[in-house]
Ligand binder design. Structure first.
Ligand SMILES: [Fe+2]
Length: 492
């Protein structure tokens, strides 16, 4: 009996299909098919992928009426066509899937389950920090399996709307001219370029009670037009990043002090802040962040709740499949002759990071590579690129933060020990968002091994393969368009 988990109707629609043994059969994002970034709704492309699995159970990632109640309270009005799960699924699925049973779950519980049930832990403290779902903005859970292997969750603490770290960070993102609920990662990257001039002003403006994460304003409505007038975007971003880290730290201290477990599962959109994630190892021994921790990942979380048991997590290559053997030799040839090459092969990554199956790869050593890749991607020059490295050599080149001995999903930054050797993958503060690749038999592993033998360099620059303004490449037709537009070969 297959279970379809759905996150849709608001932003970043996604679907996950699991079977009754807990295997993930498919997990993908609507935007990759519709080509509309953060597409809120299912389109035919995503539907076609999941229909073939004939799901008999559908699990939805939040409680619609409770969300509408909060939206009404927040002055956003009520969306009368989104009051019940049935209404939403009717619109999203268009009658093409008619399950025997439909479930819906609390928004933060879906986040928690997407993390815990994919984690290697029998027992864990789960922290969820996001912008807002129904009412909760931060929650801490005790999670464990009972003697029958059924996942049990106890909510230990919560904070509610409008006290939200995620909404605060989105307000900053909007204030500096970027797209909220999409470009928070650019705010994070910009922060390294700023000075801490406004840190104390920002704290004063934002925090009412640091320990309980009570904020002075409802940042759902923005930062306040007359706050920090004249400050540069970089300095605003730097101050906001520090204040966000102060608040996240308080949540982690609270979670640790509950003494439920020294294993941490961390979920919610704020868990994508890989600069802040450096601190997690100060409070917990072992850390698991499911590589799609935002709302899209809650399609997996809702399915996991319907199953009730552990999910067999292997890796994040769970989306659309471009068949064929990983093109190691073609990529090596491209790297050696042109220094930059694309890859679109195998199953697409679930989550916002390209991890080698839909990537633009480059030699990280050249002084001009960063400018070249930025020119291809038509993006801001200040933004850093990430390295993908043989896992056993990561410590040689990077100070991996505690709790992140390996970083297989680019979830934490690490200080580069030799930034002068790899200018293309080091940010202005000499950190990198490292992806480590273990001996897992994957194509990207084989590529790195051969690249290392041929060049003595154990890493590559890895950035997502996408046409500017579009989501990450999904199928071969997208890859062909990329080749035509940018004149860069994409191997499949
Ligand atoms: Fe969320």
């Amino acid at each position: 009996m297959n279970i379809l988990g759905i996150s849709a109707g608001f932003h970043d629609a996604a679907a996950t299909v699991i079977n009754s043994q807990g295997d993930i059969l498919f997990a993908g994002h609507s935007e990759r098919y519709s080509k509309r970034k953060n597409d809120a709704d299912f389109g035919q492309g995503l539907l076609d992928e999941v229909v073939e699995y004939g799901p008999e159970i559908v699990a939805y990632y939040e409680r619609p009426w409770n969300k509408q109640f909060r939206q009404w309270y927040a002055g956003q009005g009520i969306e009368w066509d989104k009051l019940t799960t049935q209404q939403i699924l009717k619109k999203q699925l268009g009658g093409q899937i008619e399950p025997e049973r439909i479930h819906s779950y609390n928004h933060h519980l879906s986040h928690a389950a997407g993390g815990f049930q994919t984690s290697p832990f029998e027992r864990a403290t789960v922290v969820v920090i996001d912008a807002i779902g129904e009412w909760d903005t931060i929650s801490i859970w005790g999670a464990e399996y009972d003697h029958k292997g059924v996942a049990r969750y106890t909510r230990l603490w919560r904070q509610v709307y409008p006290h939200s770290i995620g909404l605060f960070y989105s307000a900053v993102t909007s204030r500096i001219g970027l797209h909220p609920l999409d470009e928070e990662y650019i705010t994070m990257g910009m922060a390294a370029w700023g000075r801490n001039t406004w840190y104390h002003d920002m704290r004063e403006h934002v925090i009412a009670d640091e320990r309980d994460i009570q904020l002075r304003h409802n940042f759902h409505t923005g930062m306040g037009a007359d706050f920090l007038v004249g400050a540069s975007n970089e300095n605003i971003a730097a101050a906001a990043q520090l204040v966000a880290e102060d608040l996240i730290r308080q949540v982690m201290i609270r979670a640790r002090n509950m003494e439920f477990s020294t294993n941490l599962v961390y979920m919610g959109g704020v868990a994508l802040n890989c600069t802040a994630n450096r601190m997690l190892g100060e409070y917990f021994d072992k850390i698991w962040i499911m590589p799609c921790p935002g709302d899209a990942g809650s399609s997996l979380g809702a399915a996991a709740l319907a199953l009730g048991r552990r999910i067999n997590w292997r890796n994040s290559y769970l989306g659309h499949c471009i068949p064929g053997v990983y093109p190691v030799n073609g990529l090596l040839d491209g790297l050696l002759t042109e220094q930059i090459v694309g890859v679109a092969s195998g199953r697409a990554e679930f989550g916002p990071r390209a991890l080698g199956n839909r990537s633009l790869l480059a030699d990280p050593r050249g002084s001009k590579i960063k400018e070249k890749v930025n020119a291809i991607k038509r993006r801001q020059q200040f933004r850093p690129f990430a390295p993908v490295i043989l896992e056993e050599l990561a410590d040689t080149y990077f100070d991996m933060p505690s709790g992140f001995k390996h970083s297989r999903y680019m979830q934490s930054v690490a200080r580069c020990r030799v930034p002068e050797l790899f200018p293309a993958i080091v940010h202005v503060d000499n950190t990198s968002r490292v992806q480590t690749v273990p001996l897992d038999g994957s194509g990207i592993r084989e590529l790195l091994e051969k690249w290392y033998v041929m060049t003595g360099c154990p890493m590559l620059l890895n950035t997502s393969l996408n046409i500017r303004g579009e989501p990450i490449v999904n199928d071969r037709a997208d890859a062909d368009r990329f080749e035509q537009l940018y004149g860069v070969r994409v191997c499949s």
